[in-house]
Write a protein that binds this ligand. Structure first.
Ligand code: NAD
Length: 264
């Protein structure tokens, strides 16, 4: 296939349905010539991911629970057998207990803290360890973060703490893997209505707030995030690593919006 991603093969982790950010990214990468593999967790999601994968010409759909080392090993072993090498991985995975996405961060339990850190932060490092063995100079890893890593957002709570650690791990991984020419970046996406986001209490209010207060006066789409992912994972982004790129209609630069502007 011709395009910016021609000749590149990569793994997309985190498609749950056609609203997933991972799916927006997958569509852009496929449209620009990438060959894709997908992972899913649980049989119910397999039924959703399989037809989406087929629609972009992929027949490599593997189970992978990032909370289990054996499951990660099996998925990357299979990829190694099928492809031999890997040019990129998109990690668009996050998880916490739904009850933690309401009320105060202060009330987080040890168990929920550990689970959230494991699935939403450490899993990217666990993926990087396995992916790097299949990667060569010019390959890239990408994960998804949110502004709640930098500033306090209502109800984001322990996920914000995990995203802060995820962004720090992007920087450490960028240094460790940079000597092999592997780039490691994150996209900090503005709020998008997905399955994961619907678990956040008052998410509709966050969406509206972002729309009214962001410089572009709109929310971002899956396609917006996909375009930025294409830049970071293609050779256009060859000089970029350790970066957290905001794709949020500019929301993160605003200190306060003028009253008339906020009113629309
Ligand atoms: P989504 O629900 O479509 O995707 C989340 C994915 O995580 C699902 O595919 C789910 O199967 C997967 N997952 C959860 N636990 C897993 C496990 N143990 N093993 C493997 N996969 C597991 O929602 P989304 O909004 O597309 O989320 C993708 C990423 O984008 C997440 O990291 C999220 O925090 C981040 N993000 C989302 C927004 C937003 O507003 N939607 C904004 C910024 C960042």
């Amino acid at each position: 296939r011709p395009g910016l991603m021609a000749g590149k093969r990569g793994l997309i982790m985190g498609v749950a349905n056609d609203r997933s950010i991972a799916w927006g990214i997958a569509q852009q990468l496929a449209a620009h010539g990438a060959e894709l593999a997908f992972t899913y967790v649980g049989e119910a999601l397999q039924k959703r991911v399989q037809p989406l994968a087929e629609s972009v010409g992929s027949d490599l759909v593997l189970p992978c629970d990032v909370g289990e080392d054996a499951s990660l090993d099996a998925a990357f072993d299979e990829l190694g057998k099928r492809w031999g090498a890997l040019d990129f991985v998109v990690h668009a995975i996050g998880y916490t207990d739904k009850a933690a996405l309401d009320g105060r961060y202060c009330d987080t339990s040890r168990d929920v803290f550990k689970l959230t850190m494991d699935i939403s932060c450490f899993s990217f490092t666990a993926v990087a360890q396995r992916a790097a063995r299949l990667m060569k100079d010019g390959s890239g890893l990408l994960t998804l973060s949110y502004y709640g890593a930098e500033r306090v957002m209502p109800n984001y709570n322990v996920m914000g703490v995990a995203k802060a650690a995820l962004e720090a791990s992007v920087r450490y991984l960028a240094v460790d893997l940079g000597r092999d020419g592997i780039r490691v970046n994150a996209i900090s996406a503005g709020p998008i209505k997905t399955l994961a986001a619907s678990g956040i209490s008052d998410f509709r209010y966050i969406l509206k707030w972002n729309e009214l207060n962001a410089p572009l006066k709109r929310n971002v789409s899956q396609q917006d995030v996909g375009g930025a992912a294409l830049y970071l994972l293609s050779d256009l982004g060859a000089g970029v690593t350790g970066e957290v790129l905001h794709v949020d209609s500019g929301y993160h630069v605003v200190g306060m919006t003028a009253q008339d502007a906020a009113a629309g």
